[in-house]
Design a protein around this ligand. Structure first.
Ligand SMILES: [Zn+2]
Length: 159
């Protein structure tokens, strides 16, 4: 599939998770990398502070994550929440978890910080998908996205 990232990069890939794990494209979207996981801004949705956590291995099913991967994920999710409180002074966060046959499992952390108007916090991801184009084309929003990535990088690099 062909994707245009939030930074206008054209990327052709059968798996976004593997592309991120390869560490050669979408460099502007990178936040942090551990031994087993990668943290990045969402590929397609320019929402400030939206973090995608993907395992470096192509894992499709939650039960195929190793205990080490699960433990590291748990630790990283806690840090995502702390970073969001720290950066946006925001306690409200939505979490999403995706697995599909042969797909690359990923976890999503979305701060509900009121920088973007969300009508229904229970369908935040669906709402953001419909706003993807608008968010990318909004220069002021893109400045906030880049700023959030930089602050998140700073938080994680100082752990
Ligand atoms: Zn993959």
């Amino acid at each position: 599939m062909k994707y245009t990232t939030v930074f206008g990069e054209e990327i052709e890939t059968s798996c976004i998770g593997c592309t991120v794990a390869n560490n050669k494209q979408f460099m502007k979207g990178r936040i942090y990398r551990t031994k087993l996981w990668n943290l990045a801004q969402d590929f397609e949705i320019a929402y400030p502070g939206m973090i995608i956590l993907s395992p470096l291995r192509h894992v499709s099913n939650y039960i195929d994550l190793t205990l080490d991967e699960q433990q590291e994920l748990n630790m990283l999710l806690s840090h995502c929440k702390k970073a969001i409180i720290n950066i946006f002074n925001c306690e409200r966060v939505a979490y999403a978890f995706y697995e599909k046959p042969d797909g690359h499992i990923h976890f999503i952390v979305i701060p509900l910080h009121n920088l973007i108007d969300i009508k229904d916090k229970y369908s935040v991801l669906g709402e953001l998908m419909t706003k993807a184009e608008m968010l990318r084309n909004n220069k002021e929003n893109m400045v906030r996205v880049v700023d959030a990535i930089s602050k998140l990088k700073n938080y994680f690099n100082n752990l």
